[in-house]
Design a protein around this ligand. Structure first.
Ligand SMILES: [Zn+2]
Length: 228
């Protein structure tokens, strides 16, 4: 499917991995490694073991997540972490419900290699089952101290949280951090027309509804992020 997309667009939409390097059993964009290691060292000095839970995810992996949610094989949650009965929703309502927590394939920031989900592995036991849910990062949760530290220190090291605030698109994800300069550089190349071409060439479930509503999807879920 990617033959018709430029090399740059393949990179942004998760269809190539040539810009990635291995770090701590994860893959990150080569241009963010130094800044990430500086952030991690500073966190360590403040008493945290800032650990990567998730980083690069390619188009195919994101499509599996998307398709499984769209078809009901994997639960779709509401803002209160309750399972939504998606059989009652129209196809476009399903897409909206999914996009609160999972990006449209081709538009996931995890395609970039500049975005990662992090936690403090020193705050929990080795067998702790990481959920990546708001209560883990809010007051009283095991990662609340790290979250407070990130609030004050992320931008010093060139990172921010694009899903810090609820702007009506993607739900807040305090565990998700992004390299400001490199992610902005890449995402400014992803126009709505580029995303349309990417979806047209794919076989994602709900493709027809996605294409019909792409203007709304693009402005509500792709460009609608919290500022650095
Ligand atoms: Zn994430």
């Amino acid at each position: 499917m990617s033959d018709l997309l430029s090399a740059n667009l393949q990179c942004i939409t998760g269809q190539t991995d040539t810009h990635l390097v291995d770090v701590q059993q994860h893959r990150l964009h080569y241009a963010i490694i130094d800044d990430f290691l500086s952030l991690q060292t500073a966190a360590k000095q403040a008493g945290f073991r800032l650990t990567i839970a998730s980083s690069f995810r390619d188009f195919n992996r994101q499509q599996i997540i998307w398709d499984n949610k769209f078809s009901g094989l994997r639960p779709v949650l509401d803002i209160n972490q309750r399972v939504i009965d998606i059989t009652r929703l129209s196809d476009f309502e399903k897409c909206n419900a999914i996009m609160r927590y999972s990006a449209l394939p081709g538009a996931s920031r995890h395609h970039l290699g500049t975005d990662l989900d992090v936690f403090d592995s020193s705050a929990v036991s080795n067998d702790y089952q990481l959920q990546l849910t708001p209560d883990e990062y809010q007051h009283g949760g095991p990662f609340a101290p790290l979250s407070d530290w990130l609030d004050k220190n992320l931008t010093k090291y060139g990172f921010y949280r694009p899903y810090k605030l609820d702007l009506g698109g993607v739900a807040p994800e305090l565990w998700h951090i992004s390299h400001i300069k490199q992610s902005q550089l890449m995402l400014k190349s992803l126009t709505q027309t580029d995303l349309l071409r990417c979806i047209e060439q794919s076989h994602v479930l709900g493709k027809h509804e996605i294409i019909a509503n792409l203007t709304q999807i693009y402005s509500r879920y792709v460009t609608n992020v919290s500022p650095p």
